[in-house]
Design a protein around this ligand. Structure first.
Ligand code: ADP
Ligand code: MG
Length: 400
C-alpha cells in the first residue's frame, strides 16, 4: 500500500495500474496528425487523457515496489511527481465529465458525447470530425495541463540516477543487479513513450510551418544532416574535454538525399552518444598528444526494412567479458562527474562520458520505434556499433 497517500487515491492508482497500456506506432501518429481540426484534436486529447493516467499509475506502483531502490529518497521524490501528475486537477475533469453545453443538447457533437460515445476506448482518429465550440477552449487547457506534466518530469533521469547511486551506496554494490536493470529499462522506455505522447500532442496543437513535420515527427528526416550535426557536436565536446588541437576525424558515408520518417531529436541523441564513445576510446588509446588519430567511420545503408548506421572506431575495443556490462546503467570506465553539474535542468544532457547512461538509453531510443543497437568488438583493435532503425515504422511502442 502506498505510504502517505489518501486511501481513495491509492485505490484509484491500483485500479488504473491494472489496465493495460496502449501503444501507438510512429505511423499511426503521422496518419493522425495530417491537418487535424479542433474536433480531431479533441478526440486525440481523449486518448491522451485516458492513456496518460494508466501509464503513470503503472510507474507509481513499480517505483513503490521495486526492492531496495524504493527506499532511496530520490526515487521517492520521483514517485511523488508521478503521483501528482496522475492526480489531474478537478477543473479539467469537470470539463469532460459535466454536461457543459446545456443549450445545445439537441446537437450530437457536445463535449459530453464526444468523450462518452467513442466506439473504442483507445482511439486515435485519422480523419477530421465535427466538434462543439468549446473544443478549442478545452484543447488549450488540456495542452497547458500536459505541458506542465512534462515539465514536472524534466529532471526524472537525473533524479533516478541519483537514486541508483544511493541504492548502490546502501548495498555497497559495484554494479546494479539484473532486476534493477530490467526495472530501469522499463521505466526509462515508458518515460520516452510518455514524453513522445505529450510532445506530439502539444506540437499538433501548435504546428510548425514546416510541411515535413507532423508534430515532432519529421516525415523526411534527412539522415546525412542529422548525423553530421551529431558528429559536429560530439567532436566539439571531445576537443574541449581533452584540450585537443584537432579531434579524431569522423568520415561519413551516407547515400545522398536519404530520408525517412523519424523523430530527428531521437536520431541525434543516439548517434551523438555512440560517436562520443568512439572518440573517447580513440583519444584514450592514442593519448591526447598523438599527432594523428585513426579516423572513425560512419556508414549508412538503406535496406527495405531497416536503415542501418555503422560506427567503426579503432579505439581498442572492449573485452568480451566486459561487453555485457556496457549495457548496464551506471557502468562506466570513465571518472564519474558530479551528477548535479552534468545534467541539464531541462532534460538529460550527457557530458563526454562518465555516467554510464549513453549506451543503455540510446538502445531504448532505438528500440522505442522498433529498432535496436548492437555492438561488436575486436579486443585490442576497435569497436563496431550498429544502429538499426525500422523504416516500416508500423511497430507499436514497446511498453514492457
Ligand atoms: P559512458 O560513456 O558514460 O562511460 P556508455 O554507456 O556510453 O557510458 O558506455 C559505457 C562503457 O562502455 C564506457 O565507459 C566504455 O568503457 C565502454 N565503451 C562504449 N563504447 C566504446 C567504444 N567505442 N570503444 C571502447 N569502449 C567503449
Ligand atoms: Mg558514453
Amino acid at each position: 500500500m502506498l505510504a502517505d497517500v489518501p486511501k481513495a487515491l491509492t485505490e484509484k492508482i491500483i485500479q488504473y495500474a491494472k489496465m493495460p497500456q496502449t501503444g501507438v506506432s510512429l505511423r499511426q501518429m503521422v496518419e493522425f496528425g495530417q491537418r487535424p481540426n479542433q474536433g480531431t484534436l479533441l478526440k486525440a486529447s481523449q486518448f491522451v487523457y485516458d492513456e496518460l493516467p494508466i501509464r503513470l499509475a503503472h510507474r507509481v506502483i513499480e517505483l513503490d515496489t521495486i526492492p531496495e531502490l524504493n527506499k532511496s529518497p530520490s526515487v521517492i521524490r520521483v514517485k511523488n511527481w508521478y503521483l501528482e501528475s496522475f492526480n489531474v486537477p478537478p477543473k479539467l475533469k469537470d470539463l469532460v465529465d459535466s454536461n457543459i453545453m446545456p443549450d445545445q443538447e439537441q446537437s450530437q457533437t457536445t463535449m459530453n458525447n464526444m468523450f462518452k460515445n467513442s466506439e473504442k476506448r483507445y482511439f486515435y482518429p485519422t480523419k477530421n470530425i465535427d466538434y462543439p465550440l468549446e473544443a478549442s477552449e478545452y484543447n488549450k487547457s488540456f495542452v497547458k495541463l500536459i505541458t506542465s506534466i512534462k515539465k514536472r518530469h524534466d529532471a526524472v533521469v537525473t533524479t533516478v540516477a541519483q537514486g541508483v547511486k544511493e541504492y548502490k551506496r546502501m548495498g555497497s554494490l559495484n554494479v546494479i543487479d539484473h532486476k534493477v536493470q530490467k526495472f530501469l529499462d522499463r521505466f526509462y522506455l515508458s518515460r520516452i513513450g510518455i514524453r513522445m505522447l505529450i510532445g506530439q500532442h502539444v506540437k499538433l496543437n501548435n504546428p510548425s510551418r514546416d510541411k515535413d513535420y507532423v508534430g515532432i515527427i519529421c516525415t523526411r528526416t534527412k539522415l546525412s544532416s542529422v548525423i553530421q550535426e551529431a558528429i559536429e557536436n560530439a567532436s566539439y565536446i571531445c576537443q574541449d574535454y581533452y584540450f585537443l588541437s584537432s579531434p579524431p576525424k569522423v568520415e561519413l558515408h551516407c547515400p545522398p538525399g536519404l530520408e525517412f520518417m523519424y523523430v530527428p531529436s531521437h536520431l541525434h541523441h543516439v548517434v551523438f552518444e555512440l560517436i562520443k564513445n568512439s572518440l573517447r576510446a580513440t583519444v584514450e588509446l592514442y593519448e591526447e598528444d598523438a599527432d594523428e588519430f585513426p579516423p572513425i567511420k560512419v556508414i549508412v545503408a538503406e535496406g527495405k526494412e531497416d536503415i542501418t548506421i555503422k560506427i567503426s572506431d579503432e579505439g581498442g575495443g572492449i573485452s568480451r567479458s566486459n561487453l555485457n556490462n556496457v549495457w548496464t546503467y551506471m557502468y562506466t570506465t570513465a571518472d564519474t562527474p558530479d551528477l548535479e553539474d552534468t545534467f541539464d535542468k531541462s532534460d538529460f544532457k550527457a557530458p563526454m562520458a562518465g555516467l554510464g547512461y549513453g549506451l543503455p538509453l540510446s538502445r531504448l531510443y532505438a528500440r522505442y520505434f522498433g529498432g535496436d543497437i548492437k555492438i561488436i568488438s575486436m579486443e585490442n583493435y576497435g569497436t563496431d556499433a550498429y544502429i538499426h532503425l525500422n523504416r516500416i515504422s508500423g511497430s507499436e511502442e514497446p511498453l514492457g
